[in-house]
Design a binder for this molecule. Structure first.
Ligand SMILES: [Zn+2]
Length: 107
């Protein structure tokens, strides 16, 4: 669920998903992929695991809070600001008369 979205708090690298049991997903930061003998490798345990099922409820509460009545307007505004497809569509619509004229000239 959180693939490529969770970073290790100690080395700031992306943690990789790993199923350790049939029904439990973990995210792992593996010290084997750190530079041997580096300060980061020496300062941490060989393996760091994070259980997905312990993170999911907090993430779900955060997402739900984005759409509660107090935050809904801000969330919608931010989504609209991040989505430039409306501006692209308006530009294409504004260019339509020129394209029609160009097509008539070409005929
Ligand atoms: Zn790490």
């Amino acid at each position: 669920m959180f693939r490529s979205r969770i970073k290790c708090g100690m080395c700031l690298r992306k943690m990789e998903g790993a199923a350790r049991r049939e029904d439990t997903i973990y995210y792992r930061c593996n010290s084997r992929t750190l530079e041997p003998g580096s300060a980061t490798a020496l300062a941490r345990p060989p393996q760091i695991y994070l259980r997905e099922d312990l993170v999911t409820p907090a993430v779900n509460r955060w997402i739900a809070s984005l759409f509660d009545p107090m935050h809904r307007d801000e969330t919608v505004t931010r989504h609209l600001e991040a989505d430039d497809s409306v501006e692209r569509d308006l530009t294409r619509i504004e260019q339509l008369p020129d394209r029609v004229v160009a097509a008539k000239v070409a005929m």
